[in-house]
Design a protein around this ligand. Sequence first.
Ligand code: ING
Length: 307
Amino acid sequence: MSRRFVAAAAQLGPIQREDSRASVVARMLALVEQARRRDVRFLVFPELALTTFFPRWYFEREEELDAFYERAIPNADVAPLFEAAKAAGIGFHLGYAELSETGAGVVRHNTAILVSPDGEIALKYRKVHLPGHREHEPQFPFQHLEKRYFTRGDLGFPVADFLGGKAGILICNDRRWPEAFRCLGLQGVELVAIGYNTPQHYPRAPEHDRLQDFHNHLSLQAGAYQNGTYVIGAAKAGLEGGCELIGGSCVVAPTGELLAVAATRGDELVAAEIDLDRCAEIKANIFNFKLHRQPQEYGRLVEGTGQ
Ligand code: ING
């Protein structure tokens, strides 16, 4: 069976704090329709795709914070998206803020799922690398309170059978950590979906603002090449809540080549034909793990966090 199909990032432009989920889903439906017309089989929406990137603000009251989370997925707000994708035979990735009521109380995760063309959830992942800080830092122009608003993911780095291949998920900051990509690579991953919300301005190192777009593609391309996998990166982009977010959504080949890149920082479909069989060019040769990896020499990688 051919494993060639069109895959795409569904980049979203800014979502403002007052934008309803219904207004966002309407924009997502327009991208699903564009994808359908271009025979897309797999569509990647960004991290936390249903709301503004709320970790940029400090919330005192939990009720205010909890308004940004989903208590169940699918739900009434996203049902039109699930229905339209299923009707179009499109599998998709969706990032959202997940709130779970457990015996031990409320747990909040930065979560993403893969939904197969028949509408079933094929994979769920909870973000492991939570960047930013835990306490309010009012001296900065905006916050990055993921360490405060989310618990570290507890599902590991899973890979599932999906669209005839093996698929995995990373979320935003995860993409900067080669260990995360390698955990997927060691499971034979051929397709990694990565949503991200990345500010252009990094208050602790403003001299790197000019490098945010470069570091984004550097991370995605390295992860693809070093693990012989396709990578689809989907940005939430543009001026959102007074904070400029990078775009650069893209489809990356297992060779590390950029097959398609976003041209705007708005809602944009970034599509390319992929062929999962091409992963073998890398996996059977330069990154043939069985032949070349030396795990007995890598103990330091899991001895501690490092300085
Ligand atoms: N965002 C950012 C990311 O890793 C960040 C955090 C911002 C890192 C700016 C470096 C510079 O792309 C999320 N949501 O992880």
